[in-house]
Design a protein around this ligand. Structure first.
Ligand code: B12
Length: 598
């Protein structure tokens, strides 16, 4: 939705929807035949569900550990689960839960999956494979992504429950993720409501997981809005659908004080234990030693927060190689042992911490979050959205999107100069990180390139192939600094839509991370050829792919293939300066001569 003037017909032009009550009933009916299956973890721990386990450990102030596993093949993932569990046990540590990273192609219903773009994640073909994976070790299986919130929500939730999982997500993804070629957001919403109702009608509580960084949080400019999104999801899942939503945050929380305060605020707003706190992975670079410092820094905040106020979240030591590639089993084990030891060695830090500044910030966040929730619900009600109807509310939030939601309903003081027109209660650390990166990159442009480009009138369309949009935002900041016109080609675009934007532009800047760079480029080239539009394509991000012929299942670099297909490959933003300046010179040789003579 581009239009900032909200009306019911601009948000929900359809006349009527399936009644949410019917969807809830459908979920409850399914619960008559689908129930939480055998679980190696629950049997080992003598518990009925992960929620009970989390509450038990929190009461003992025992800090839990989460490990994310992200390989393509089932065999490799099962072997990894067993080895990680055993290695930690041998070292007297415990990995409490495994985050299972399904591939995004798993988000399509099975009958539509064939031929769809694949990322780098795990693909499970049958329900038995879910069971095998979930029980590869006595560790809680967390089906965190591409289950709830996706078109395949019902079938994937069924399989996850039957595999003994009692923590299933990811509602955050519902609000922001697009599957290429899938436009039926009503089906996605209906399937998600049925899946949430199925999970919530189980005999034992099932956590409806939501990673807010996958959702609106990473797009909001204010941490109070991010916390407000937690309240809105609680309203939808707990109040309207009778479930138990459980939140994860962390990727983008790079400042210790706000990371700590956010945990406190979150804890005071819910009785349901959180799933996990994600690592501040945006701070990793290609320097291993520096990455260990990043790991220790964010883990220590999370350890102290859990010691002071256990919120049931497991903490997540992300392997230090994560920014470079999918980590190996050994790297996951090292990070887990590092974490276990850090917990052991940091037991009474909270005694030396002055918590007043965190308390203040936490209170400001809570106040702002409540205001945001109120503003959103009242604002939607005013334009005729039935906010007591989960389907209408979910669909409206998704279609309106983070930017407009914050512009319209942001909790801070109105401020025309602020990015989303409100002065943030507490600015999201992402804003500062991107602007720091932009400043650094701008320092690297030569005055000749700067002059050539800023006088060139080139128009650049920026876009991403998937949810990762920081690279795009960074590029936009730099392009605007240079004085070039930016056309927003969108986030998670498909090749066809991008081609439309490209017609008004002189170059495409594409940022891509999910292992589909080559397939996307081939489609884009063919769309551009159909339109007989020749335009340079700059491409950057994570330029890899899991090859069909691979026997390692790990993604390999495909930069050379991208070059063969005509793209200008950029490993860092600075790589675009010289080739773009060259394009500017070729387009307008006179201007170039003028400049040289200045
Ligand atoms: C932040 C992040 C997220 C956030 C994104 C938030 C947002 N709104 O953007 C969230 C949490 C949502 C997320 C989700 C996922 N992520 Co992620 N994510 C990352 C992370 C930590 C940082 C990427 C980033 O934005 N960096 C900041 C940018 C500014 O820096 P940069 O990437 O170094 O880019 C530089 C250059 O490449 C260049 N550049 C980038 N693009 C372009 C384009 C042009 C034209 C030019 C000139 C330059 C340029 O500019 C930068 C500065 O020089 C990386 C790991 C890492 N540390 O890199 C994983 C990573 C990219 N994610 C990954 C995965 C698998 C996922 C998920 C599929 C996981 C899941 N199962 O849910 C989902 C995505 C699902 C989907 N449908 O898209 C993998 C990709 C695996 C691969 N291809 O090998 C990574 C590498 C993590 C890993 N090691 O497994 N993620």
């Amino acid at each position: 939705m581009q239009d900032n003037h909200l009306t019911r017909s601009s948000v929900l032009p359809e006349n009527e929807f399936v009644c949410t009550e019917e969807l809830k009933q459908a979920g409850h009916k399914l619960a008559g035949t689908i129930s939480v299956g055998y679980s190696e973890f629950l049997t080992f721990e003598n518990e009925l569900c992960e929620l009970n386990y989390k509450n038990r450990q929190s009461a003992r102030k025992k800090i839990m550990q989460h490990a994310q596993i992200g390989f393509r093949s089932l065999r490799r993932t099962c072997d990894a689960a067993t080895s990680i569990y055993e290695a930690l046990e041998k070292n007297s540590f415990r990995v409490d839960r495994f985050g299972i990273c399904l591939d995004w192609s798993m988000g399509y219903p099975k009958e539509f999956r064939k031929g769809k773009p694949r990322g780098t994640g795990l693909i499970l073909e049958t329900e038995d494979e879910f069971v095998k994976l979930a029980n590869a070790a006595p560790v809680a299986p967390h089906f965190g992504d591409f289950v709830i919130g996706m078109p395949a929500a019902i079938e994937n939730t069924k399989a996850a429950l039957q595999a003994g999982s009692t923590s299933i997500g990811n509602l955050g993804q519902y609000f922001t993720f697009e599957l290429p070629g899938w436009t039926d957001d009503i089906q996605t919403t209906e399937a998600s409501i049925i899946a949430i109702s199925l999970a919530s009608a189980q005999k034992v509580p099932v956590l409806i997981h939501s990673n807010i960084d996958d959702g609106f949080a990473s797009r909001f400019t204010d941490l109070a809005s991010a916390l407000g999104s937690v309240l809105l999801e609680q309203y939808i899942v707990d109040e309207l659908l009778g479930g138990k939503v459980s939140h994860c945050y962390g990727h983008t929380f790079s400042q210790p004080l706000s990371r700590f305060a956010f945990q406190k605020a979150l804890k005071s707003m819910t009785n349901t234990p959180g799933t996990m706190i994600y690592g501040n992975t945006t701070a990793f670079s290609d320097n291993d030693a520096a990455n260990y410092a990043v790991l220790a820094a964010y883990l220590n905040v999370d350890i102290q927060a859990q010691m002071l106020r256990p919120s049931g979240h497991a903490i997540n030591p992300v392997p230090i190689t994560e920014a470079q590639r999918i980590p190996t089993v050994e790297e996951i084990i090292n990070a887990q042992i590092f974490c276990g030891k850090l917990v052991e060695k940091s037991s009474d830090y909270c005694e030396i911490i002055n918590s007043h500044p965190t308390d203040d910030l936490s209170n400001r966040l809570i106040e702002g979050a409540n205001r945001f929730k109120r503003n959103v619900l009242e604002g939607l009600c005013d334009i005729g959205i039935d906010i007591s109807d989960a389907l209408e509310l979910m669909l409206s939030l998704r279609r309106i999107g983070a930017k407009t939601l914050e512009e319209k309903f942001g909790p801070g003081e109105p401020d025309g100069k602020a990015p989303n027109r409100h002065k943030p209660i507490e600015p999201s650390p992402v804003l500062k990180e991107i602007s720091d990166l932009a400043k650094k990159a701008c320092a690297g442009i030569s005055s000749d390139e700067f002059n050539t480009l800023s006088n060139s009138n080139l128009k650049i369309v920026t876009a991403t192939t998937d949810v990762h949009e920081y690279g795009k935002r960074l590029l936009e900041e730099i392009l605007k600094f240079i004085g070039l016109e930016v056309i927003d080609g969108g986030v998670s675009v498909d090749a066809k839509s991008l081609t439309k934007f490209a017609r008004q532009a002189d170059a495409i800047f594409l940022s891509t991370y999910n292992g589909i760079a080559l397939d996307f480029l081939e489609q884009l080239n063919s769309e551009l050829e159909n339109q007989q539009h020749k335009i340079p394509i700059f491409i950057g991000g994570k330029l890899n792919k899991v090859l069909f012929t691979s026997n390692s299942d790990l993604p390999v670099d495909i930069s050379n293939d991208l070059v063969k297909n005509g793209a200008i490959v950029c490993y860092k933003v600075e790589d675009f300066y010289s080739p773009l300046a060259q394009i500017a010179r070729e387009r307008c040789p006179e201007q170039n001569t003028d400049q040289q003579s200045v």
